[in-house]
Design a protein around this ligand. Sequence first.
Ligand code: ADP
Ligand code: ASP
Ligand code: MG
Length: 439
Amino acid sequence: MKVFKFGGTSVGSVETMRTVMNLVADGEQKLIVLSAMSGTTNSLVEISDYLSKKNKESALGVISSLEKKYYNVVFDLYQTKEVKEQGKKVLEERFEVIKSYTSGVFPEEGARALLAQGELISTALFTLLMQESGFNALLLPALDFMKIDSDKMPDSYFIKEKLNSIIKKQPKADYYITQGFICRNEAGEIDNLQRGGSDYTATLVGAAINSEEVQIWTDIDGFHNNDPRYVENTQKVDTLSFNEASELAYFGAKILHPQTVLPAMMNGIPVRLKNTMNPPDPGTLITSESKTTGIKAVAAKDGITAIKIRSGRMLNAYGFIKNIFEIFEFFKTSIDMITTSEVAVSVTIDDSKHLDEIVAELKEYGKVEIDRNQTIVCIVGNMIAEEKGFAAKVFTSLHDIPIRMISYGGSKHNISVLVNTNDKKATLQALSAKLLNTL
Ligand code: ADP
Ligand code: ASP
Ligand code: MG
């Protein structure tokens, strides 16, 4: 059974929901993962922010416009009065939950439960649409089988056991529908796989049911060789290896949630990125092989902090780097880039929640300098770090841009540079102009 995941814009209106229904209903059994309608999760985050600041009035304002939008959707989406009533009932239940957080204290788990409402609504409405149109569609609630552990890592064993047993117990359906993004945590509370997490749900459930292919349907014809939000004339990449795609996703390519590729890679399941508005286009296929050599794409990850620790003591001192790394390990903060010299080591982190505590401990080992608002630009391709002259081409194309750190040689497939976020757009554009569009 294939898994088809549709993102927010693919289910963002009555028209696109109908497009998705016609696209999936080809008689082939599948598991369909849906995001919330586009804009909804952002609105829920806005409501949650207002409620944390005790601004009930503004929260109610956003809730009311969201509610209005959904009642219009229900009015237009269904044909019969009976199904329109069923749709309204879904909204009544969901908005009762949303509104319940506007009185009393607003706990942290409340905020997470609030964020889950978008996917709970979109999947309930879409299932009704398919059923009204005569298809054998069944909703499988993700909160019954998607689970993360205390480190916020998916519990793949639980997901596999539970999902397969749920499917077995249900009457057989042609189209199983479930929510992306949402899950339960180790305490059984509603939680999520972080923003954009529906992609990750798709490969996790794909691995759980041993799917032959996971298709991620979105608003663009596949993986592009640069970020189309910052660079014009980007081109679609036909194929990527799991390693290349996972590196690009981790380093900021928004089309894929950072962890999406891992479950597919571990289980050898091909992932195809497709455009909901242009189904005949083959999109981008991600598999274990890298079919061509050379540069494939670049991606950028913002919100990076660079930390330099300068110590006279590093001179000939073994164990220095181990001591530094142990501090990051203690605060569960992962390091993305690292460069060393005889007297200093620089690292980057993207989670600066424990920055103050980390810096306080690092000061034991030397002088510490912090650079905030940095961006990692990651250049990915097959064997690029072994290609003669390739590094020279990269740095020539960036001759106008101050580079704070360089990571080269860690793998054959990746060169990363750290630049100030103000220089990100110019960096991406220079790489497209000098490296990608000259191919
Ligand atoms: P969905 O809501 O379907 O999950 P997203 O907005 O999360 O869609 O991802 C698709 C968007 O990712 C595209 O519209 C595009 O603007 C952006 N994007 C960023 N980098 C890339 C890239 N390298 N290739 C394709 N799209 C990219
Ligand atoms: N709805 C969630 C978000 O907007 C998950 C997703 O779309 O993948 O982040
Ligand atoms: Mg997305």
